[in-house]
Ligand binder design. Structure first.
Ligand SMILES: Cc1cc2nc3c(=O)[nH]c(=O)nc-3n(C[C@H](O)[C@H](O)[C@H](O)COP(=O)(O)OP(=O)(O)OC[C@H]3O[C@@H](n4cnc5c(N)ncnc54)[C@H](O)[C@@H]3O)c2cc1C
Length: 332
C-alpha cells in the first residue's frame, strides 16, 4: 500500500514534470510562472529529499536501495536529490521498461528513416572542428570533411566541447573555471560481452545490490575514487530478443557507475573490475561464464572522451541538480 501511494505521487510528478518542465526550453523564468507549478511545489516534492521520501515506503535496506538506485545516475546523493525524481521510479515501475526488438539501434534506424523521408541528409564520421562567423553569427561549420554554410546551427555534442573546443575563443560563453565548477553526472565502466551458450539464472535486467549503496555513492560523489565494492547492472537482452546474438549465445553487458573525471582507466584497472563483477555474476548464477566469453569490449573514461568528446569522460551529461536545471543550464 505504501509503495502504491509512493507511485501514485510519482505519477503526478511525472505528468507535471514532462508536460510543464521538460518540454520548456528553459530560457526564461517566466516559462515557469505557471499556477500548476507553484501549486505543485509541495506536491512535486522539490523541497524534500528522495532518501526521506523512500524511507516512508520501507525501512528494508534492499528495498530502499532499489528505489534510490535510479537517482544515482542523476548526479547527486539520494539525500541531496529532490524527491521530485521519484518520477523515475514511476517511469521504471509503472510505465515499465521497454525494449525495441532488434536492439536499441532500431530506435536510431527509425529516427534516421523518418528524418530521411523529410529530406534530411546525414554526414557521419565528419568531425566538426570549428565555426566561421560573420557579424557575431555562425555562417558555416568547419569539419574534417570540408566546410558547410548554414542558416541555423544546432550543436548536439557535449556542452563543454562546443563552448571550449569548437567555438572561437571570442565567442565562448563561459570560462574554464565555470566548467570546472559544473557538477557532472557519473561516468561508467562497461563491458560488452558475447557469451557462447546460455547464461542461466539471469533476467534481461539484473541489479547487483550485494554491497552497500551508500559506500558506492560516497565514492562517486563525496570522495571521487575508483569504487571498492561497486554495485553494478548486468543486462542480458537476449533473454527478450534472441535475434541479437548467434543461435544459443548470450549478448550481455555489465555497467558499473563511476565518479566523473577519474584518471587511470588502464587495461589493468578495467580487468580488475571485470573480474570483480564476473566473480559475483558467476557466484550468483552458479555457472562459469568467463571461459565462454568469445567477444569482449570495454568502454570507460578515455573512450567517452575519444568517441564523444565528453567532458571528464561523463556518461550522462550535466548532473540533474536543481542549480543546473532549466534556466540554470549553460546557454550557448
Ligand atoms: C551506458 C549508458 C546507459 C544509459 N542509459 C540511459 C537510460 O537508461 N536512460 C536515459 O535516459 N539515458 C541513459 N543514458 C544517457 C543517454 O544515452 C544520454 O543522455 C543521451 O544519449 C544524450 O543525448 P545527446 O543527443 O545529448 O548526446 P549524444 O547521444 O552523446 O550525441 C552527441 C553526438 O555528437 C557527436 N559529436 C561529439 N563531438 C562531435 C564533433 N566535434 N563533431 C561531430 N560530432 C560530434 C558524438 O559522437 C555523438 O554521436 C545512458 C548512457 C550510457 C553511456
Amino acid at each position: 500500500l505504501r509503495l502504491r501511494k509512493f507511485l501514485k505521487q510519482a505519477e503526478y510528478k511525472y505528468n507535471v514534470g514532462i508536460q510543464d518542465l521538460v518540454f520548456k526550453p528553459g530560457r526564461s523564468l517566466t516559462e515557469f510562472m505557471d499556477f500548476r507549478i507553484f501549486k505543485g511545489l509541495f506536491q512535486l516534492d522539490m523541497l524534500k529529499d528522495i532518501r526521506k521520501h523512500v524511507a516512508e515506503v520501507s525501512s528494508h535496506p534492499k528495498l530502499k536501495a532499489i528505489l534510490e538506485f535510479p537517482v544515482l545516475f542523476l548526479g547527486a546523493l539520494p539525500q541531496n536529490t529532490p524527491a521530485l525524481y521519484s518520477l523515475m521510479n514511476y517511469a521504471d515501475m509503472s510505465l515499465g521498461t521497454w525494449y525495441p526488438m532488434g536492439g536499441m539501434n532500431k530506435i536510431i534506424e527509425g529516427m534516421v528513416s523518418v528524418a530521411k523521408e523529410q529530406g534530411v541528409k546525414f554526414r557521419t564520421s565528419t568531425e566538426v572542428t570549428g565555426f566561421k562567423y560573420s557579424n557575431g553569427r555562425i555562417i558555416s561549420v568547419l569539419t574534417k570533411g570540408g566546410s558547410f554554410t548554414a542558416d541555423i546551427v544546432v550543436g548536439g555534442a557535449d556542452y563543454h566541447h562546443i563552448d571550449q573546443k569548437i567555438s572561437s575563443p571570442e565567442y565562448r560563453e563561459y570560462s574554464p573555471e565555470y566548467w570546472e565548477k559544473r557538477k557532472m553526472a557519473p561516468s561508467s565502466l562497461l563491458f560488452y560481452l558475447g557469451v557462447k551458450g546460455k547464461v542461466n539464472n539471469v533476467l534481461h535486467h539484473n541489479l547487483f545490490f550485494d554491497y552497500e549503496l551508500d559506500q558506492h555513492a560516497h565514492e562517486i560523489y563525496t570522495d571521487p575514487t575508483w569504487p571498492t565494492k561497486p554495485l553494478f547492472y548486468a543486462s542480458a537482452p537476449t533473454k527478450t530478443d534472441e535475434s541479437i546474438a548467434p543461435e544459443g549465445c548470450e549478448n550481455m553487458f555489465l555497467l558499473m557507475p563511476t565518479a566523473p573525471g577519474l584518471s587511470g582507466d588502464s587495461e589493468e584497472v578495467r580487468e580488475k573490475y571485470y573480474h570483480l563483477m564476473m566473480d559475483r555474476l558467476e557466484s550468483y548464477t552458479g555457472e562459469s561464464i568467463r571461459d565462454r566469453v568469445i567477444v569482449k569490449r570495454s568502454f570507460a573514461y578515455s573512450d567517452f572522451k575519444s568517441e564523444y568528446n565528453s567532458f571528464k569522460g561523463n556518461a550522462y551529461g550535466l548532473a540533474n541538480t536543481l542549480d543546473q536545471t532549466a534556466i540554470f543550464k549553460p546557454r550557448l
